[in-house]
Design a protein around this ligand. Sequence first.
Ligand code: ADP
Ligand code: ZN
Ligand code: ZN
Length: 752
Amino acid sequence: MSSSSAIIEVAIPVPLDTTFHYAVPAGLVPSIQPGKRVLVPFGRRTVTGYILDIACTPRDSLKEVIEVLDQEPLFTREELGFFRWCAAYYLHPLGEVLKAALPAGINITGRRRKVCDAEGEEVPTEVLTGGKRVRTETFHLAASVEGDGTPVRGKSADILAFLRLHGEARRSLLTQTFGACYAQLARLEQRGLVATEQREFYRDPFREEVVEHDMPLPLNSCQAEALRRIRESLDCASFASYLLHGVTGSGKTEIYLQAISHVVEQGGTALVLVPEIALTPQLVTRFRRRFTCGIAVLHSGLSDGERYDEWRRIRQGRASIVIGARSAIFAPLSNIRIIVVDEEHDSSYKQSEGFRYNGRDLALVRGKMEQACVLLGSATPLVTTWHAAAQGKHAYLSLPERVRSLPMPETELVDMRGRRGETLSCRLQEAVGWNLEQGGQAILFLNRRGFATYVVCEQCGHVLNCPNCAVTLTYHRGRQRHFCHYCDHSVPAPSVCPSCESPEIGLLGRGTERVEEEVAEMFPNARVGRMDRDTTSRKGSHAAILKEVEEGNVDLLIGTQMIAKGHDFPGVTLVGVVSADASVHLPDFRSAERTFQLLTQVMGRAGRGDRPGRVIVQTLLPDHYAIFRALNHDYAGFCAEELDFRRDAGYPPFSHLAAVILSSTSKAEAERQADQAASTLRRLRRELKGKVEILGPATAPLGKIRGRYRWQILLKGTRRSDVHSLAAKFRKTFVPPAVVRVNIDIDPVDML
Ligand code: ADP
Ligand code: ZN
Ligand code: ZN
């Protein structure tokens, strides 16, 4: 029996579906509060847990809380309700959901570590117990400059003189200037000559940038109507969801800005989700131009410390607008009145590792909980969203035309059948040449990076595969190696055939690197740039390329889907799609939809300035509906065909899915457990009597990744609750051996 006077319920980030109870020693009772972290014994370890609740039923033999780590709760009751919902729906342990939702920087406790300060210099900082605040020490002169009268000599005197001159300084600066001076500082402080202060500081990720403010644009009639309807529901402060369907360049962003401005004027806050914020710096700039209120930007380029700073600013109510990628849906923002999901169709809203959630779907859930307005914007909404809107689940707002009456680009299809080996057809070559003469910029799109996508022995036909993954290696000429695009494994090139040792290695297929080279040869006077994951891996390199294009220093930009995302390049008058076919054949029921979206997005880069745009698409599949509907700017036609296919095949929106993925480094064990899992599922289905189809087990399309063999079982049912209860029951029932990992993916987006 413990002597304590309170018991708390704690979530712990371990893969177990339960919460835990701990006794609180009397001394800690005043500081416990739901939402704070605690240090607790767990097995033989000490772990950080999250207080969920203060329980009233006394229990025997509970372990005791060691320490309460926070001064203030990290999440509110409302947020906890949301996190509980996420844990239950995505079948993921609450402790891990909380850990994923809170910024990683928060978990560093009581350790010294290095961070960069505002000038980019490294300063030692101290994270106080509980990891609550990042502070840096500054030294300044104390009130009594005279001290105790004893003269100060040597290094100490220099330091004192320096501080007199500069007023105050960080420890790092003093160490830089005077070398090791810890002892001197301590003595000066003892004598009352200097004082230290630990000051909290924030690193603003966009601090260097100075922007000019702009004003709301006068809206065209479609925009005005859309905004009017959004404001209507904002004014009744209840949940409402909208699909804002507007072709690229139709002024959706302007509507987000004006709707949010309405919210901010009334003291509310706004959450803006974007697919990959690093790829959309322009959007952030537009917000910064428009608003003077606090904007927090959560992007993937932030260090843990910077992310934590932003999180704190939001928690303290110092930001009225939060812009971020999928995980921003967990931002500690209160009084949310509007949630915008820009490019709602983008698959990067789905987190497919660890805690598998979908930021776009959660926007609707959180919006409902907060009684906020949710705005799903896209030029190519998911067919499921479109269908839901048609059924009245979302209000439908349409912007069918580009602003300023800019025409949609003229499109042309080039049938590449029977033209093996040609990178650019004559048509596309001519068009590029003409465009260059006219002084326009062009984009050439290709969805494969590297130089050659297949590396084949010309003697024996052996194809170089990754030893860890079931995929071929891609030759990267710049780095003189063959790379696996899944695990980054690489071997030096040129190399001999591992099978017959012939040095005759053929390079087949083409990636962006090869297209760049060929195009540079074809157009020796053109300034050619390339944008893909290889050229943008360094911090800031992506923005640098965008800037070059924007300033007109690039005539021809070659790139992967990275160039398709949301940039407004007024100088681009020609878009050439070198190949659009790679994504059509993926063994995934969304492959046609992805192809349509990608093509539409890429085509949308053309003609956004004053001159009309032109698009040329090369394809081996001129009759595929995803391709010709995209070329005709025919979204509705595409949706109709796609929905027919989905209805026939029983895929969303006509069913709900959950995937069970088993993986193991042991091939035999993966297979055996996949069979076991399937029979467990079939048994549970009989017990639950729900109508769920169980497909598989089958090897996953990517049957091996990073050395793990993968099997899949797909659950499919017309009622969400049937699929969910079967998956949930399975999660509770099925216990695989330690060598096999089982993941459940609710509403999977990627079927590979
Ligand atoms: P989308 O988000 O649909 O691609 P944007 O909001 O980025 O479209 O608008 C495209 C361009 O048109 C931007 O440069 C924007 O400033 C401009 N724009 C938007 N609305 C208007 C308007 N009503 N009048 C004039 N220009 C506008
Ligand atoms: Zn060979
Ligand atoms: Zn690999």
